[in-house]
Design a protein around this ligand. Structure first.
Ligand code: SF4
Length: 314
């Protein structure tokens, strides 16, 4: 079989290796830091400046990591070899191993304390298998090989977002990046696992959308690729779909947030505000609590813990 010519942009993205952070002079930031800061600046400060990292893994995060691994491997085989070859992968065994390994890793970082019951793990395993089967069955509807290249999975972006703060470096990994050669279009996909999919309310949360909008902006800057030729997509896989319904409910939900100039500007402004408020050109600034007690605080690991002055005595 004749080998496909690899387009220049595909080669350039694959060849990119980020420069390691120099922690003596630079600060590393990520989308999850921005998201946390937007919720509560003090929580961000406790975790990232004071270095108090509570254990926050759960069955959901373990499941998400294991599922990413399998779906990304399946896609890689599908594009590098064939769909038939991808279907030959023993995804059940692979998912079981990935789930076990990730759980073991988190169990060790939780000082060898279990945080999930065997029944929960079993339920999530079964859900994962249903998702993987559905994904394999419907791969053609979401991933075409006609004109498309899989650039790769876990593609790094590493960039100083704010020109006046060259010491603050954003690092992120893009779940799946595709290139459509006939239209010179890049597609950035973020895989999310969810119990029943995203509701309209969830889709409207701008802070959630900012993740992919920022990835689009940073990818365009990093690879000098026209931003108007970049699509973004949340690829949401649902653990539960109703068995009895008058019409078939899909297990895969696609959400493409608007990402035109206005949205990109909003996301970039949010990122710049974060950097300006939290950092100086040599270190950190002091920041304030952003939540009113009881608002989002109930989900915070520092709620009523002495690190959080605001809720500790309330
Ligand atoms: S408990 Fe509330 S105010 Fe305190 S750090 Fe957490 S989110 Fe912020």
């Amino acid at each position: 079989m004749a080998k496909k010519n690899i387009p220049d942009i595909v080669k350039a993205v694959r060849a990119f290796t980020p420069t390691p952070i120099d922690y003596t002079t630079q600060k590393n930031i990520s989308y999850s830091q921005l998201s946390m800061f937007m919720d509560c600046a003090r929580r961000w400060q406790i975790q990232y400046v004071e270095g108090i990292k509570p254990f926050t893994s759960s069955v959901h995060t373990v499941f998400g990591t294991a599922l990413h691994e399998v779906l990304q491997h399946y896609l890689t085989v599908m594009y590098e070899k064939s769909g038939t070859e991808a279907d030959r992968i023993n995804t059940s065994d692979m998912f079981e191993d990935a789930l076990r390994n990730e759980y073991k890793k988190q169990y060790v970082s939780n000082k060898k304390q279990h945080f999930v019951t065997p029944e929960q793990l079993r339920e999530f395993y079964d859900d994962g298998i249903d998702i993987i089967r559905d994904f394999a069955k419907n791969k053609g509807a979401h991933f075409s090989k006609r004109g498309w290249h899989l650039i790769g999975c876990e593609i790094p972006v590493s960039i100083a977002p704010h020109p006046e703060y060259p010491n603050v470096i954003f690092n992120g990994f893009l779940d799946v990046v595709m290139y459509h050669e006939p239209t010179n279009t890049i597609k950035i996909i973020d895989i999310k696992s969810s119990t029943r999919g995203w509701s309209d309310k969830e889709k409207k949360k701008e802070a959630k959308q900012f993740q992919l909008i920022l990835y689009k902006h940073f990818f365009s800057t990093q690879f000098n690729f026209p931003i108007d030729n970049i699509e973004i997509e949340f690829f949401i896989v649902k653990r539960k779909v109703p068995e009895e319904s008058d019409f078939p409910i899909k297990r895969i939900q696609i959400f493409k947030p608007a990402s035109g100039k206005t949205k990109v500007k909003k996301a970039v402004t949010a990122m710049n505000n974060f950097i300006e408020l939290a950092f100086s050109t040599t270190g950190y600034n002091q920041v304030q609590h952003s939540y009113n007690v009881g608002d989002g605080c109930k989900w915070c690991p520092f709620h009523k813990v002495h690190h959080c002055e605001k809720t500790y005595n309330s």
